[in-house]
Ligand binder design. Structure first.
Ligand SMILES: N[C@@H](CCC[C@H](N)C(=O)O)C(=O)O
Length: 270
């Protein structure tokens, strides 16, 4: 099977082109591919399938020719991946599968419109984030209150007083399973002024990653609430680079670099 490797602010993905939807990507195979020693190594897998060949999203086929079948590195399925959508778009353009500067991508969370910006970055319309209340995360025995935000997938974005650089995110942070029965992506951030935040993230199904697009949107929402606002443009600094999040009245946008770094032949099999 052919594969490519790409990343968006170092949130890295193995891309598996499967236009006719014939490849059975089991959780075990995904975990093997994402293994950083025994596999290629990645935070997740993006299978590229024609939307009309994908029964679970076939109703999106009129708005998006290609379905991003996203899997976390442990093989679990997620509804949405912001950086994944941007890297997926980069692949479609590079492979000549999309020629316009704006097009739709089908995801389990619905169609997302992507746009190639003048500087080459890729922006994605992430939809309107939904604030569902508040909850708490526990890291290293410390309780951090945060905002429960749904960006297609579940997030808990916590502004913290301690520098995020000092956190030990080698272990799963605690959270309330009553609030998040299907697990949660946890962002810990330091607001810097009125339009910038420094963020780290522990992703559901992948552990600590160097960036998370949906997490950046959730962080912008939580940071904006703290500054007494709900709209505006936020710079979110992550371990792997810088993302820009714009919160509009009706939707939100995530922008940043998305690059392909390798292509090859996958020899792994179950
Ligand atoms: N890294 C992604 C989010 C991937 C999915 C997440 N781990 C989940 O299980 O919801 C992003 O860039 O948004």
């Amino acid at each position: 099977m052919r594969f490519l490797k790409g990343h968006g602010t170092e949130n890295d993905f193995v891309i598996l082109p499967d236009p006719d939807g014939v490849v059975d990507v089991s959780a075990a195979l995904v975990a093997q591919i994402c293994d950083r020693r025994a596999g290629i190594g990645a935070d997740g897998v993006l299978r590229v399938v024609r939307t009309k060949q994908s029964p679970e999203v076939a109703e999106q086929a009129s708005a998006a020719e290609w379905f991003m079948d996203y899997r976390n590195s442990d093989g679990s399925v997620a509804e949405m991946c912001g950086n994944g959508t941007r890297v997926f778009a980069r692949y479609l353009i590079d492979a000549g599968l999309e020629n316009a500067t704006e097009f739709g991508v089908a995801t389990r969370g619905g169609v997302r419109r992507v746009r190639v910006e003048d500087n080459g970055d890729i922006a994605v319309d992430m939809g309107k984030p939904v604030v569902l209340g508040e909850s708490v995360a526990y890291v290293g025995g410390v309780e951090y209150p945060g905002v429960h935000v749904n960006v297609g997938n579940p997030h808990l974005a916590c502004a913290i007083g301690d520098p995020v650089a000092q956190l030990d995110l080698n272990h799963q942070p605690g959270f309330d399973p009553g609030v998040y029965p299907a697990g949660v992506n946890i962002e810990l951030f330091n607001p810097v002024g009125t339009s910038r935040a420094v963020m780290r993230v522990f992703e559901r199904g992948s552990g600590e990653t160097r960036s998370c697009g949906t997490g950046a949107v959730a962080t912008a929402v939580a940071a904006a609430r703290l500054s007494g606002d709900t709209l505006g443009t936020w710079t979110i600094e992550v371990l792997g680079g810088t993302l820009t999040v714009t919160l509009d009245e009706d939707t939100s946008y995530l922008a940043g670099p998305a690059v392909l770094v390798a292509r090859g032949e996958l020899l792994l099999a179950e």
